[in-house]
Design a protein. Structure first.
Ligand SMILES: *Cc1c(COP(=O)(O)O)cnc(C)c1O
Length: 417
């Protein structure tokens, strides 16, 4: 747990806004998964999209993790960071021809197929390359994961995977193809899941299919149970990993399969904090705002998913700004305020209606649990720089990504006038 003093020191050393990750927490999270699944052959394939910083990936490679990638560039990041190719899987609904070619060339563990059309495309490309493509099929079990609609993926109205019947036909087809080698089956029903039951129900449906396939001589080696385990952003009760693993394992009895799990958020989410500085306070009639130097381009989760992050305040400014009597508003300052960024959008907020002390320019606001889908979803909107990122390893701070500079913003643009 990082102390107040450490956050102050880091803000002065690296400036703000700044992402800080505590790698000890990442290690604990990985070890908790390992321990839960220790009774079976298993691989933790960290879902790279949650946080794809190369140092994070490198650290995870040292903890024996694999990676679940959803673009070919994520595959390349994983390889660059030292994740072994035989622990890399490639998922996603829209892989292009060149993506597939590269993935086959890179010889990763398998490609997760999400449609019949994609399977035929992979077969054709493998044939052209005279290779056998190792594949897995993403099954959509049509189960309500009971999470935010934007991050629910396992319902038939979602774009992901194929239904159980289509999957069965695809396996039979692939098993007869000289260029396809079906070795796995995959499901992933959503993110920030707080209930165990939908996960176990999905596993049961998938295992039923596995038994049906065995009878048809389709002999799979891997069951990829996806990720999606939620973390506590406030007071939510989270899924116990031991119960999760036991629940999954109990569906697999009699089957000799290696388990792949793909946690993203649960590995890095609670390890990250976003350190920002207060710019101004203001009050518009009934509404009080605290304007900070972090914005929706740095952390889009509140704007996109109405996510609630815990925020903490560190008073640094020595004196309150003296407002001349002429400008003084007679209405007293509200105790509750919205914490907002400088971006020109009303949806640009970090937290709403929170109880905060009177803040001054230079005080710090720490936004908690932003290690997952924080920096990785950030952008340069409003021509703002993407943040610097710092890792805390063995109590030492290390810069693992420099803040953008102006040249980063414009370097790919071509002058045409
Ligand atoms: C995003 C994703 C994950 C990880 O989800 P978390 O909620 O971060 O655990 C796992 N598998 C697939 C296929 C994904 O798209």
């Amino acid at each position: 747990m990082l102390t107040k003093e450490k956050f102050i020191e880091l803000s002065q050393k690296y400036s703000t806004p700044l992402y800080v990750y505590d790698f000890d927490i990442i290690k604990d999270n990985v070890n908790a998964f390992k321990k839960a699944f220790c009774a079976r052959k298993s691989i933790i394939c960290y879902a790279l999209k949650a946080n794809s910083n190369l140092s994070v990936l490198k650290y995870l490679s040292l903890l024996d993790c694999g990676c679940d990638c959803v673009s070919i560039n994520e595959v390349k990041r994983a390889i660059l960071a030292g994740i072994p190719k035989y622990k890399i899987i490639y998922s996603g609904v829209g892989k292009s021809e060149s993506d597939i070619k590269e993935a086959l060339n890179l010889d990763i563990l398998f490609i997760n197929l999400e449609s019949i059309e994609e399977m035929l495309k992979v077969e054709q490309i493998a044939k052209d390359m005279n290779k056998e493509a190792r594949i897995s099929i993403r099954v959509n079990p049509n189960i309500d994961a009971k999470t935010h609609p934007y991050i629910s993926t396992g319902l038939k109205e979602n774009k992901f995977g194929v239904d159980l019947d289509s999957a069965k036909k695809m396996y039979i087809y692939a098993n007869n193809s000289k260029y396809l080698l079906p070795i796995g089956i995959h499901f992933h029903i959503g993110s920030q899941l707080l209930e165990l039951e939908p996960l176990i129900l999905s596993a049961k449906k998938v295992v039923e299919l596995i038994w049906g396939l065995l009878a048809l001589k389709v002999d799979l080696k891997f069951i990829d149970i996806g990720g999606g385990l939620g973390i506590s952003y406030g007071n939510e009760e989270i899924i116990d990993l031991y119960s999760y693993a036991q629940g999954i394992l109990s569906t697999l009895s009699g089957l000799d399969l290696t388990i792949i799990c793909e946690p993203g958020r649960r590995i890095v989410g609670n390890a990250g904090s976003l350190v920002s500085s207060v710019l101004y306070e203001k009050q518009n009639e009934n509404k009080r705002f605290c304007i900070i130097d972090a914005a929706m381009n740095d952390l889009i989760r509140p704007s996109l998913y109405s996510a609630n992050h815990r925020v903490e305040f560190i008073k640094l400014a020595l004196t309150n700004i003296e407002i001349p009597p002429l400008l003084l508003d007679s209405t007293p300052l509200h105790s509750r305020a919205d914490i907002v960024g400088p971006i020109c959008e009303s949806g640009d907020y970090i937290a709403k209606n929170v109880e905060i002390p009177r803040m001054n320019s230079g005080d710090l606001v720490i936004i908690r649990d932003v290690g997952a889908y924080g920096f990785s979803m950030s952008s340069n909107y409003n021509s703002r720089f993407k943040c610097a990122e710092v890792a805390i390893i063995d109590s030492k701070d290390r810069l693992i990504r420099k803040r953008d500079d102006f040249n980063d913003l414009i370097s790919n643009e071509i002058e045409f006038l």
